[in-house]
Design a protein around this ligand. Structure first.
Ligand SMILES: *[C@@H]1O[C@H](CO)[C@@H](O)[C@H](O)[C@H]1NC(C)=O
Ligand SMILES: *[C@@H]1O[C@H](CO)[C@@H](O)[C@H](O)[C@H]1NC(C)=O
Ligand SMILES: *[C@@H]1O[C@H](CO)[C@@H](O)[C@H](O)[C@H]1NC(C)=O
Ligand SMILES: *[C@@H]1O[C@H](CO)[C@@H](O)[C@H](O)[C@H]1NC(C)=O
Ligand SMILES: *[C@@H]1O[C@H](CO)[C@@H](O)[C@H](O)[C@H]1NC(C)=O
Ligand SMILES: *[C@@H]1O[C@H](CO)[C@@H](O)[C@H](O)[C@H]1NC(C)=O
Ligand SMILES: *[C@@H]1O[C@H](CO)[C@@H](O)[C@H](O)[C@H]1NC(C)=O
Ligand SMILES: *[C@@H]1O[C@H](CO)[C@@H](O)[C@H](O)[C@H]1NC(C)=O
Ligand SMILES: *[C@@H]1O[C@H](CO)[C@@H](O)[C@H](O)[C@H]1NC(C)=O
Ligand SMILES: *[C@@H]1O[C@H](CO)[C@@H](O)[C@H](O)[C@H]1NC(C)=O
Ligand SMILES: *[C@@H]1O[C@H](CO)[C@@H](O)[C@H](O)[C@H]1NC(C)=O
Length: 418
């Protein structure tokens, strides 16, 4: 006890002295608003130099800006990077364009240089911005490989490098970013397979890889860790193989787009496990087989695109049981059979229905007259009859039942009247 007390007194003294000294010091040299490098607290204060160094390396790799590439930008490299200098390194957080820092630790947490017409490459030094939460360099003309060192940024929540000219493959090491919510690499020139490690990032909410040159297959268990994913868009790539058959863990998935790939095989029945789906696009792939009847279980589905495939069999009436459905495109497939006469009654929100380019026969369901929201209906190139009844009913519903003026609608008369 006595020992403790005797230790407390010098400690208090020391603190008082320190405080005085501190105030005195501040009077002489007001603290810089950016870095508090004078304190001994936390060795990371000086690491701000590390952020400045990394950003200066990035600047050194940007070769030019092009004003013509993006409408919103009109600046030269010099004006954008005016304050990106080693002389202003202590001012990273306050005056460097596109940079923001954490309030407390004064480390760079966000780098946003979207749509600045930037050309050049990404240096590995970006991996030194160790507090970075958000990286948005989208809409530029950046090229080269994505640096492996991005995987060192373990705090990252958002990566948006979309709409650039990046090439090479997606670094498998990105799978280490265990807090990542958004990975948007769409509209680049990335090739190779989608690393399976990416499907291991259980925090992912948006995975957007459309418009690249990605190849290979999708792992059957790709959903196992993706319980939070809301948007999965891999359209316009060269993906092959089948649609994964075990999808039930993607319980939050709202928008799923496999369109414009080289997929083959059937639509798996387990697609019905994706009960949060609002938009499903399987268009322009090479799918075959019938539409599984289970699709009727997708009670929130608004848009269903399956055009330009090799799908066959009857168009399952279960589709029209989805009352939320607004848009249905089944055109250019090999569907046959007839449509049920009470077809559209549950699907009262249906605005667009296209199934031209199939072999559907029989009467056009008279019940389509109840489909008062419909504004686009294409059935050309089928074997259907009863068109005149159809026209009268549609026009009647448009003008009277629906309460909408027909001029608000595009009706494709050539297809209806042929
Ligand atoms: C860009 O800036 C230059 C001069 O600063 C100006 O003459 C030109 O009209 C601007 N262009 C656009 C598209 O704003
Ligand atoms: C550079 O810093 C000055 C002073 O803080 C500021 O007024 C200016 O807007 C900054 N330039 C850019 C391009 O951000
Ligand atoms: C930053 O990263 C580069 C390349 O990854 C490395 O060589 C360098 O030592 C790092 N610099 C600092 C200050 O950490
Ligand atoms: C990514 O950038 C693109 C282009 O700037 C933008 O349209 C999109 O909203 C961004 N996406 C995300 C998820 O940040
Ligand atoms: C996915 O994560 C598990 C453990 O969380 C690990 O065992 C596995 O190797 C990872 N797979 C890939 C492809 O990274
Ligand atoms: C998927 O990405 C492509 C390319 O950006 C875009 O055109 C399309 O609208 C996206 N689909 C969905 C459902 O978000
Ligand atoms: C899904 O796609 C639709 C249509 O493109 C869009 O309106 C909606 O915002 C998307 N949902 C999400 C969660 O991005
Ligand atoms: C997909 O279908 C198209 C047109 O039928 C065909 O030319 C192409 O070879 C098919 N691709 C694959 C991978 O099956
Ligand atoms: C998933 O779909 C399969 C096939 O339709 C079905 O047997 C299974 O019960 C579904 N699981 C869940 C959780 O809905
Ligand atoms: C449509 O839904 C009703 C009511 O839920 C159900 O009885 C019927 O079997 C369904 N029809 C189809 C074709 O799935
Ligand atoms: C239109 O719908 C009503 C009720 O929803 C139904 O009684 C009627 O028979 C339907 N008309 C046609 C032509 O299907």
């Amino acid at each position: 006890m006595g020992y403790n007390r005797s230790r407390q007194i010098p400690l208090l003294l020391l603190i008082t002295l320190l405080l005085r000294h501190h105030c005195f010091f501040f009077l002489l040299f007001p603290p810089p608003s950016t870095t508090a490098a004078t304190t001994t607290a936390g060795s990371y204060y000086n690491i701000n130099d590390q952020d400045a160094t990394a950003l200066l390396q990035l600047k050194a790799h940007i070769t030019t800006t092009s004003t013509s590439s993006s409408s919103s930008s009109n600046h030269t490299l010099d004006s954008l990077f005016q304050n990106w200098t080693s002389a202003a390194a202590t001012d990273v957080c306050n005056s460097w364009a596109g940079v923001s820092c954490g309030r407390r630790h004064r480390r760079v947490i966000s780098l946003n240089l979207a749509s600045m017409g930037l050309q050049g490459t990404l240096p590995p030094h970006l991996g030194n911005l160790s507090f970075l939460l958000s990286l948005d360099l989208s809409g530029n003309l950046l090229h080269g490989d994505l640096p492996n060192e991005l995987s060192k940024l373990t705090r990252l929540k958002i990566i948006n490098l979309s709409n650039n000219l990046f090439q090479g493959s997606i670094p498998p090491s990105l799978g280490a970013l265990s807090g990542l919510k958004v990975l948007n690499l769409e509209a680049n020139r990335l090739s190779g397979g989608i690393p399976t490690s990416v499907f291991n990032i259980s925090s992912l909410e948006r995975l957007e890889l459309a418009h690249n040159r990605l190849s290979g297959g999708l792992p059957d268990d790709m959903c196992n860790q993706l319980g939070k994913i809301e948007v999965l868009n891999v359209s316009s790539n060269h993906l092959e193989g089948r649609i994964p058959s075990r999808l039930r863990h993607c319980t939050s998935l709202q928008n799923l787009t496999f369109a414009s790939n080289w997929l083959t095989g059937p639509i798996p029945r387990s697609i019905a496990n994706l009960t949060a789906l609002k938009l499903l696009s399987l268009a322009y792939t090479n799918l075959t087989g019938e539409i599984p009847v289970e699709i009727g279980q997708l009670e929130r589905l608004e848009i269903l695109m399956m055009q330009n495939n090799g799908l066959s069999g009857a168009i399952t009436p279960a589709i029209f049981n989805i009352s939320t459905l607004q848009e249905l495109d089944l055109s250019e497939n090999k569907f046959s059979g007839t449509l049920p006469q009470n077809l559209f009654i549950p699907a009262q929100n249906l605005r667009k229905l296209k199934f031209h380019g199939n072999q559907v026969s029989g009467q056009i369901p008279a019940s389509i007259g109840n489909c008062s929201m419909i504004k686009e209906f294409r059935i050309r190139n089928n074997n259907m009859t009863g068109k005149s009844i159809f026209i009268i009913l549609v026009l009647a519903s448009l003008m009277f039942l629906g309460g909408h003026s027909p001029k608000n609608y595009i009706i494709y008369y050539p297809y209806i009247c042929q």
